[in-house]
Ligand binder design. Structure first.
Ligand code: PMP
Length: 423
């Protein structure tokens, strides 16, 4: 069945006159036009023309419990009844902070913000304030949101659109941003030797989720931990994607490496806007009003987001979600690998826990390698999958996700679609 998209096409035409590129975030601008969503429930998303898709994009990660999870919905409704923005502290924040600190050994204290972008921007500011140093290191192709200092060789939509750097960011603002390739300890040592005492922080996604998933080589994160410690550099794990995804305690629990600071977002808001940055007490005490590093936000600690977050944690723990989803991920990756091998394709099936991707090329270990994949070919494949009623993120450089709402049948349909469309 060919998918009809006439209404979406018309909406896109109108949107482009009112919103730059017709979208509120660049990665959504699928060419020739994106589908416009009218509703979503469980594993399904429905567009303006009435087409339904099984969703493996899941809003780019937050919806680990599927769309419109009834328990989260109930929590939000109950909170709405009590009002949804106070401009005062709430007990809810203390409860969620306590839960997060209990799960992440790297976190003694947290501050709630509204997006992952704010979380990484603030974490970097705190690390600079704490160390009194200006420079920081990021990974080539690593994505930490859309603030000035990190829009250098950035992943996600920036790479998909071929714009990993941004106009409007003065050189002065990124001259303290250093880059190293992922999985390259030599490069890290070199940068440390050259700039050592000027480096405040090393920020990285422990699993590169915005050009991948690209996995850390065995021992890489441990080595990173050792080198940053030796150089008194604050190690920040950006776990906006991996936090509460790979395990309750994120990639740091999964790989057994404890950073100094952690940024979180996505899953911990249950689909409501949220970001979190946290870390060791001595570092976090630098944040205003305790310390001199300024940070603030009207919507920070939004009661609906925080309440939803507490319910997410309850469900993840009570339903032992990670064990189940990670096992499903293993099974699914094995199934897709069989298909790729049967078809004799030189593609790589990559992933970990409930993240997966078929790379149209060899298995990448870093940004330069992932750029060699056939991204145009991937986009054609994306559209074929859409015609098979499967919604994957529309780029070779974004991770596919599983959620608890995916049924056996959803996964069988996914495998059948891979079989039919990879040919
Ligand atoms: N860090 C990482 C690792 C991310 O994946 C993202 C978003 N994809 C961000 C930060 C920014 O989060 P937000 O879009 O909520 O600002």
């Amino acid at each position: 069945m060919l998918v009809e998209l006439t209404r979406s096409e018309k909406l896109y035409e109108k949107a482009r006159k009112l919103i730059p590129g017709g979208v509120s975030s660049p990665v959504r601008a699928i060419k020739p036009f994106p589908f416009y969503t009218v509703s979503a429930s469980g594993s399904k998303i429905t567009d303006a023309d009435g087409n339904g898709y099984i969703d493996f994009c899941l809003a780019y990660g937050p919806n680990i419990l599927g769309h419109a999870n009834p328990k989260i919905k109930q929590t939000i409704i109950e909170q709405l009844d009590k009002g949804w923005l106070y401009g005062t502290p709430t007990e809810l924040e203390i409860k969620l902070a306590e839960r997060i600190a209990g799960i992440y050994p790297s976190i003694d204290m947290v501050r709630f913000v509204s997006t992952g972008t704010e979380a990484t921007m603030s974490a970097l500011r705190v690390a600079r304030g704490f160390t009194g140093r200006n420079k920081f290191i990021k990974i080539e192709g690593g994505f930490h949101g859309a603030h000035d200092a990190v829009l250098v060789k950035a992943g996600s939509g920036a790479t998909t659109l071929g714009k990993p750097d941004s106009l409007g960011v003065p050189e002065d603002f990124t001259r303290n941003t250093l880059q190293v390739p992922f999985n390259d300890i030599e490069a890290l040592i070199e940068v440390m030797e050259k700039y050592g005492k000027d480096i405040a922080a090393f920020i990285l996604e422990p699993v590169m989720g915005n050009v991948g998933p690209i996995l850390p080589d065995e021992g890489y994160l441990q080595e990173v931990r050792k080198i940053t410690e030796e150089n008194d550099v604050v190690l920040i794990f950006d776990e906006v994607i991996t936090g509460f995804r790979m395990a309750m305690g994120g990639a740091q629990e999964y790989y057994g490496v404890t950073p100094d600071m952690t940024t979180l977002g996505k899953i911990i808001g249950g689909g409501m806007p949220i970001g979190v940055f946290g870390g060791k007490r001595e570092i976090m005490e630098m944040v205003a009003p305790s310390g001199g590093v300024y940070q603030a936000g009207t919507y920070s600690g939004s009661p609906t987001s925080v309440a939803a977050g507490i319910t997410v944690l309850d469900i993840l723990e009570e339903e032992n979600v990670h064990k189940k989803l990670n096992a499903t991920g293993d099974k699914l990756r094995a199934g897709i690998t069989d298909i790729v091998e049967d078809l004799g394709l030189n593609y790589n099936v990559c992933g970990v826990s409930s993240m997966f991707k078929v790379f149209f090329g060899d298995r990448p270990r870093n940004y330069q390698e992932v750029l060699r994949c056939d991204k145009e070919g991937y986009l054609k494949f994306f559209f074929r999958m859409l015609e098979s009623s499967i919604f994957l993120p529309p780029s070779q450089f974004e991770t596919n996700f599983l959620c608890t709402a995916h049924s056996e049948e959803d996964l069988e349909r996914l495998l059948a679609a891979y079989q039919a469309n990879l040919k």
